[in-house]
Design a protein around this ligand. Structure first.
Ligand SMILES: [Zn+2]
Length: 232
């Protein structure tokens, strides 16, 4: 019967419409797809927080002047954040066992200490030379407690580019990534990092990131897709 079919059709339409309304407005019914669409990887890499082991500090990215890590520990006579300090002690011990003695020259520096260092370089060598060999206060990676300057205990090529060819320098370039450290300012990357080759300046990022960066031969800026920081 046409009338009965029309009523049936109307009932079906009303049911479908009600079902649609319930689906759209039922609490929580749409939360699952929205949650699963969130990118998982992007949230993990925190390079902004000064307390993140992946924080990027360069001539474009300062740290707060009064920032100081709260978990400093001993790394061969200099202070580093606990996780980095433990990694350094293990690295130095295993380098020593392999016949490569290694010592630590400089670790965490406060903003005030960096200020003194920069002022003394400026007074002695002029502002241009000071910028080339030292970070301005607030722009030093050493203030994060994640950077360490290493040396040969006999002082061979200390804080000089020839350190790369010495025992400790060449061992660190080949092995530091296994302890979570990268050579932060590699040769030929001054246009990206803002610093000439510093084969003695190691930066802790954790073993996973350090190995990836070492194997790919990339700087920290490139690895995280950040813009180059050749100058202030
Ligand atoms: Zn350094």
């Amino acid at each position: 019967m046409p009338r009965q079919r029309a009523r049936l059709l109307r009932t079906v339409i009303v049911c479908v419409f009600l079902g649609l309304l319930i689906y759209l407005f039922w609490p929580g019914s749409k939360e699952l797809p929205a949650q699963s669409a969130q990118p998982a990887a992007a949230a993990v890499l925190d390079f902004d927080s000064p307390d993140s082991t992946l924080v990027v500090v360069n001539k474009k990215r300062p740290v707060p002047a009064d920032h100081a890590p709260q978990d400093l520990a001993d790394a061969g006579g200099v202070p580093l954040r606990a996780e980095a300090a433990g990694a350094y002690r293990q690295m130095a011990a295993e380098a020593g066992a392999a016949g490569v003695p290694m010592s630590a020259v400089s670790g965490f520096r406060t903003g005030a200490e960096q200020d003194q260092l920069y002022v003394s370089y400026t007074e002695n060598f002029g502002p241009e030379a000071a910028d080339a060999i030292s970070a301005r206060p607030g722009y030093s990676e050493h203030q994060t407690g994640l950077a360490i300057d290493i040396a040969n205990p006999d002082g061979t090529c200390a804080l000089e580019s020839c350190f790369a060819e010495t025992l400790a320098g060449s061992w660190a370039a080949a092995n530091a990534q296994h302890y979570g450290f990268i050579i932060r300012y590699p040769a030929g990357a001054e246009h990206i990092t803002g610093y000439a080759h510093e084969p003695w300046h190691l930066r802790y990022v954790g073993t996973e990131h350090a190995r990836t960066m070492h194997d790919a031969g990339t700087t920290l800026e490139e690895y995280l897709g950040l813009p180059a920081a050749p100058g202030y």
